[in-house]
Every structure is written in structure tokens, then in C-alpha cells.
Write a protein that binds this ligand. Structure first.
Ligand code: NAD
Length: 332
């Protein structure tokens, strides 16, 4: 049997990445949808052969508890809505996958973890890169010190955002600007190539070049982590122009991915030559990885669970605090 997944929120990521990926997955399938737009519901039912019984809106969603076709609820809503829908999914007796960033506060993350624990259900975050071969290779190169200890990391993720009216530009829905949306990949990158947790952070907002457009959230932010080994990282995230790079300088060489965080194909090289890895569909690899473990009744690996999502949200908040106060923030 394949795991039945219901997607909650049929926006761009569900439509363009997750639903197509679910046509290629081995361990899971698109079983249901949750949407507030009835036109989308009929379009998806037809396109993906979804029965009416597996279609919900935000009011009827809790009835999913009675639906044995659906094992996993995948929350793909604006960031501020993740907590409510993850908690309702757990209360409906479903495992949950939640998109990144897991939530906009650490308190919400904890409530989501607690709800899943109470329901005895597993909670995964949409950290697709943990199942992506180029990323797994740089995790190995850094964590196993293949080029000696990592000394410094440059990790940046940014793009030029379009429509200024979208939820990503509203602090109440997104939790912040570029940092919340793509900066989280740079945080993850610095953590997974060092294999360490930062002990302190400093950060700076750049002056806004388009203050009208960026009324509510930051346009560009820079931050620096210090790690227990003495390694340091420097990062940029922005909504005003693009960069997508993860570079690690080690005692005896270096390695990098660029592009490092998008949907691929990713590309990498080291001081010894190119990194050769298979190109996979990130979303299919992620959902299959999670569902394979669910089918086997195994606990999900720590690095994609709610605890990992919460760690990143704590760091996102510490970065904002450092930028706002101009002080170095100590991390527990
Ligand atoms: P989107 O704006 O394209 O879609 C959001 C969906 O939420 C829409 O279907 C919209 O109708 C629905 N929605 C319900 N209530 C809403 C409300 N009150 N306001 C606005 N929209 C509402 O966004 P997206 O790009 O699909 O992002 C959704 C989530 O997925 C975000 O958390 C984002 O960070 C995450 N995401 C992850 C990746 C990844 O690579 N892992 C990529 C893109 C997006």
C-alpha cells in the first residue's frame, strides 16, 4: 500500500512541485486536497482523479479524521497558518509534513510538536534537501572532515521577489522577509556542513533601497554564526537580487554548491574537482524518504523532524534580535 497524502493549500508549491512529484513517488500518492477555492477543487479532482470524498475545505477539514484513505496531511499554507493546521491534522489522527519555516514563533513550534506527540503521530518538516544527493555529499565532506575541519562557511540564499501584495511581504503572515523564506536554507547549510550548532550570532539589516515595497519586512539581511569548533559562517538573504551559494573553506581544501538550495539541478565542486551526483526530483525524494519510514513504522531521522524545525525558528528569531539590537546574541 502507498501512503495517502492530502495537500493543504493548493498554491504555487503544491501545484507546480508537490502534485507533479507525487506522480513519481514510490511510497506515497496524492490522495486528497484541502482548499478554500471550489474552482481549484474541481480542477484538481479531474486532473489527479481525486474522489469527492477526499476533498475538504478549511471548515470541513477536521472530518479528515474519518477518512482511511489519508495517512498524511501535508501543510503548504502561508507560514503563520502552519501551526493551526498541523495541530488540527494531528488531532485528526494523521501524520504531518509541514512546510518550512515550521512556524513563525518557537512557541508555535512547541505546540505543534506537543500535539503530534500527544496524538502519537510523526511530524516532518519540508526539508527536501536532506534527501538530495549533492546536499548529502557536502554534509559528508564537512561533517566527516574530508578536507580537514571546516574553518569558515559562506551560505547565502536570495532572489528578487515579484508581486509586492503577496503574503510573503506581510510580517503577520510570513514572520519576516527574505530570512524567513529563503534565509532558512542558508542557516541549514551552515549547520549541515559544519555538523555543529551555532553558539552566537550577529546580524545587520541593509538600508532599504525600495522602502515602499519593503514597508513591513526586511529587504536584505546579513548574519554571522560562531560555532563551538571555532568555525564561523557569513550569510546574506535578500528579496532584492539573487544569490544561491554554499561554500566551505577547510584546513586542507574547500567545497561548494552553487546553485545550492533551489529545485535543481544542483551543481558542486571541490578543491579536487567536480562533485558528481545523480540529479533527483527533490520533492519526490523527500516525500518518499518520509513515507518509506512511516510505512516501516520507523521514527523519522532527527534532522527532518519538528525538533529540527524548531531549532531553525529559534535561530531565525535570534538573527532578527541581533539585527534589531546590534548586539551579539548568545545561543543556548
Ligand atoms: P502560495 O502563496 O503560492 O500558496 C499559498 C496557498 O495558501 C494558496 O493556495 C492560498 O490560497 C492558500 N491560503 C489559504 N489561506 C490564505 C490566506 N489567508 N492568505 C494567503 N493564502 C492563503 O505560497 P507557496 O509558495 O505555495 O508557499 C506555501 C508554503 O510552502 C510556505 O510556507 C512556503 O515557505 C513553503 N514553500 C516551500 C518550498 C520548498 O522548497 N520547501 C518552496 C516554496 C514554498
Amino acid at each position: 500500500k502507498k501512503i495517502g497524502i492530502a495537500l493543504v493549500g493548493l498554491g504555487s508549491y503544491s501545484k507546480n512541485q508537490l502534485a507533479p512529484a507525487l506522480q513519481q513517488t514510490q511510497y506515497c500518492r496524492l490522495a486528497g486536497i484541502v482548499t478554500g477555492t471550489s474552482a481549484k477543487a474541481s480542477e484538481w479532482m479531474q486532473k489527479y482523479n481525486i474522489p469527492q470524498a477526499n476533498v475538504y475545505d478549511y471548515k470541513t477539514f477536521d472530518r479528515i479524521i474519518d477518512n482511511p484513505d489519508i495517512d498524511v496531511v501535508y501543510v503548504v499554507l502561508p507560514n503563520s497558518m502552519h501551526a493551526e493546521y498541523v495541530i488540527r491534522a494531528a488531532q485528526a489522527g494523521k501524520h504531518v509534513i509541514c512546510e518550512k519555516p515550521m512556524a513563525i514563533t518557537e512557541k508555535d513550534c512547541q505546540a505543534m510538536i506537543d500535539a503530534c506527540k500527544k496524538a502519537n503521530k510523526q511530524l516532518a518538516v519540508g526539508y527536501r534537501l536532506h534527501y538530495e544527493p549533492f546536499t548529502q555529499e557536502v554534509m559528508r565532506l564537512g561533517q566527516q572532515k574530508v578536507f580537514g575541519p571546516v574553518k569558515f562557511v559562506e551560505a547565502s540564499d536570495a532572489f528578487r521577489i515579484g508581486d509586492p501584495t503577496q503574503w510573503r511581504m506581510k510580517k503577520s503572515m510570513a514572520g519576516g522577509g527574505a530570512l524567513m523564506d529563503v534565509g532558512i536554507y542558508a542557516i541549514q547549510g551552515a549547520r549541515y556542513v559544519t555538523g555543529e550548532e551555532p553558539v552566537s550570532v550577529t546580524a545587520q539589516f541593509s538600508p532599504k533601497t525600495e522602502p515602499q515595497k519593503f514597508k513591513d519586512v526586511e529587504e536584505t539581511i546579513f548574519w554571522q554564526f560562531r560555532f563551538p569548533s571555532g568555525a564561523v559562517s557569513n550569510s546574506t538573504s535578500s528579496y532584492t537580487a539573487g544569490v544561491e551559494r554554499l561554500y566551505a573553506s577547510c584546513e586542507k581544501g574547500w567545497f561548494e554548491l552553487s546553485p545550492a538550495f533551489g529545485y535543481g539541478p544542483l551543481k558542486g565542486r571541490t578543491s579536487k574537482g567536480p562533485i558528481e551526483m545523480p540529479t533527483v526530483n527533490h520533492q519526490a525524494a523527500h516525500m518518499d524518504g518520509v513515507c518509506k519510514d512511516l510505512l516501516a513504522g520507523k521514527a523519522l531521522p532527527n534532522h527532518i523532524t519538528g525538533e529540527e524545525g524548531k531549532r531553525d525558528v529559534r535561530l531565525l528569531q535570534a538573527i532578527y534580535q541581533a539585527a534589531e539590537t546590534g548586539r551579539s546574541i548568545k545561543l543556548a
